[in-house]
Design a protein around this ligand. Structure first.
Ligand code: HMG
Ligand code: MG
Length: 289
């Protein structure tokens, strides 16, 4: 019997590293991506074209995209909050880009310096230009469960932003439990609301693991038909504009759980272990000082 396949979208080089306060050498970032490129991933998020004042660690994103050895069949992704970011990402030959919005107003202000409605207005020209260039655009919705500023999120607010990103032309929307405080019950209820609007193959799960429930939240998402999950090797990361949030769920932990549950990921565990060790060493270099 052929196993159902589930894709892990590796976000470590972006979400995993963006929160590190000490500068990480360009060569180390490139080495991490080059290692991951041999792991069997189809998509790896490696860059973020945001203001260098806001996220200094991502300021060398163009150099990362220029320095990596691209493996055929792997798409290298970049965050693009506005048209300026998109133009830089396209010039750096990002294989796909992502706009990132929020289901809550407080986080939208903290992360993008504008309201949810205004963020969608800024995304529209990104989608239009990307469509003209033939570049796929992913969407993120943050704070699908809780907001560090506004408290618990109404699932209806998630549905509205997902629908707006679909209407704009995103090919997939990743639902972010940015704070990592969602319970399986609340994640399941939020997903039921979202799946009343879009099909499960339009959705990815993006769980931070602050409270240690990310794997359980992945399990309830699998039950509802979600088949793409974001993860970061070594479990690094967090968002600098989400106080109290910890790293993404670790790729190696998701890979192990999916294998236990009988799903096929197509990933090479040996390469992932090697990348996880590299990612942890990049962080250790900071901790040692
Ligand atoms: P703003 O201050 O409202 O924008 O920030 P602005 O247009 O007034 O520009 C301010 C400055 O930024 C100017 O430079 C611009 O040139 C520059 P200055 O005059 O001060 O020297 N600027 C840019 N520079 C480089 N690239 C650009 C760009 N745009 C403007 N694209 C802005 C608005 C969006 C720029 C800012 O809020 C920002 O950069 N935010 C990014 C925050 C961020 O990266 N957060 C982490 C990623 S999201 C995340 O981690 C969540 C996720 O993982 C899912 C989840 O877990 O939920 C995806
Ligand atoms: Mg995140």
């Amino acid at each position: 019997v052929e196993k159902t396949s589930v894709e892990i979208f590796e976000v470590g080089p972006r979400d995993g590293l963006q929160n590190e306060s000490r500068p990480i050498a360009l060569a180390d970032k490139i080495a991490l991506v080059d290692c991951l490129s041999r792991g069997g991933f189809r998509r790896i998020e490696v860059a973020s074209f945001v203001s260098p004042r806001w996220v200094p660690q991502m300021a060398d994103s163009g150099a990362v995209l220029a320095g990596i050895t691209r493996v055929p069949g792997v798409r290298y992704a970049a965050l693009t909050p506005n048209l300026r970011g998109y133009q830089d990402a396209h010039a750096a030959q990002a294989g796909e880009v992502a706009v990132f919005g929020s289901a809550s107003e407080g986080f939208s202000r903290a992360n993008l310096n504008c309201s949810v409605a205004d963020s969608l207005l800024r995304f529209a020209p990104v989608l239009a230009q990307a469509q003209a260039d033939g570049v796929p655009v992913r969407g993120y919705v943050s704070c699908v469960s809780d907001c560090p500023f506004d408290g618990p999120t109404d699932p209806g607010a998630v549905v509205r932003v997902v629908a707006a990103l679909r209407d704009m032309g995103c090919y997939e929307v990743s639902l972010g439990d940015t704070l990592g405080q969602g319970t399986p019950e609340r994640i399941a209820a939020m997903l039921r609301a979202v799946l009343g609007e879009v099909a499960p193959d339009f959705i990815a799960g993006h769980f931070h693991d602050t409270a240690g429930r990310a794997l359980d939240n992945i399990a309830v998402s699998l039950e509802q038909g979600v088949r793409v999950f974001d993860a970061a090797v070594g479990g690094l990361g967090g968002c600098p504009y989400a106080p109290g949030a910890a790293g993404n769920v670790a790729t190696e932990a998701v890979q192990a759980r999916l294998t236990d549950l009988g799903y096929a990921t197509g990933l090479d565990s040996g390469v992932i272990a090697q990348a996880a060790a590299m990612a942890r060493a990049m962080r250790g270099a900071r901790d040692a000082v």
